[in-house]
Design a protein around this ligand. Structure first.
Ligand SMILES: [Zn+2]
Length: 188
């Protein structure tokens, strides 16, 4: 495939306006939607993420991808139709690199979406997959994991020791967000 403008898309960070814009439904799954998904998968894998939403590429369309245990799930116009249970677990986000915190999520969700051919699908997910789906659908609704995280659990991952132990540093939400805003490139 020849180069196109999708190749120029990169993952935007906290402070980019698209992360706070509610994404609009795609409705028709065209080749350009499939091409967008292809690029999202590339970027997600390169960044070793479990999921990515189109807002994170600066495109507020209701498109997301999730990949857990080598199972790839594209999500087009996804909607949570039911959620049950609650479980707190750790999350991070490719748009807030190195920041982690505990977020309560449903233990099971049922999601309605469209597949790559525009056909309506329904999926039921538990545990980690349910968490990832909620995180990505939150992005499409302009929400970030830090909006829901227990603030006392927030920390920076600074690196790892030689033994592979994580080196962490606690932070407040306010301080963490300042770091991202200060690091933002100036934009037109
Ligand atoms: Zn995220």
């Amino acid at each position: 495939m020849s180069r196109d403008h999708y190749d120029d898309l990169t993952i935007v960070r906290y402070g980019h306006p698209a992360l706070r814009e509610k994404a609009v439904p795609v409705r028709r799954v065209t080749d350009s939607v499939r091409r967008l998904i292809e690029r999202m998968v590339e970027l997600m894998r390169a960044a070793r993420g479990l999921g990515l939403a189109a807002n994170q590429l600066g495109i507020p369309q209701r498109v997301a991808v999730v990949e857990i245990d080598d199972r790839f799930t594209p999500l087009i116009d996804p909607e949570i139709v039911s959620a049950t249970g609650s479980e707190t677990g750790e999350e991070g986000c490719l748009s807030l690199p190195r920041l982690y915190g505990n977020v309560p999520r449903p233990t099971r969700v049922v999601v309605r979406a469209r597949d790559l051919f525009g056909k309506r699908i329904k999926l039921t997910a538990d545990g980690m997959m349910a968490r990832a789906l909620c995180h990505e659908i939150d992005h499409l609704n302009a929400k970030l994991f830090v909006d829901r995280a227990d603030e006392s659990s927030l920390y920076w991952l600074m690196g790892h020791t030689e033994e592979g132990e994580p080196i962490t540093q606690q932070t407040t939400l306010e301080d963490a967000l300042k770091v991202f805003v200060a690091a933002r490139p100036s934009e037109k």
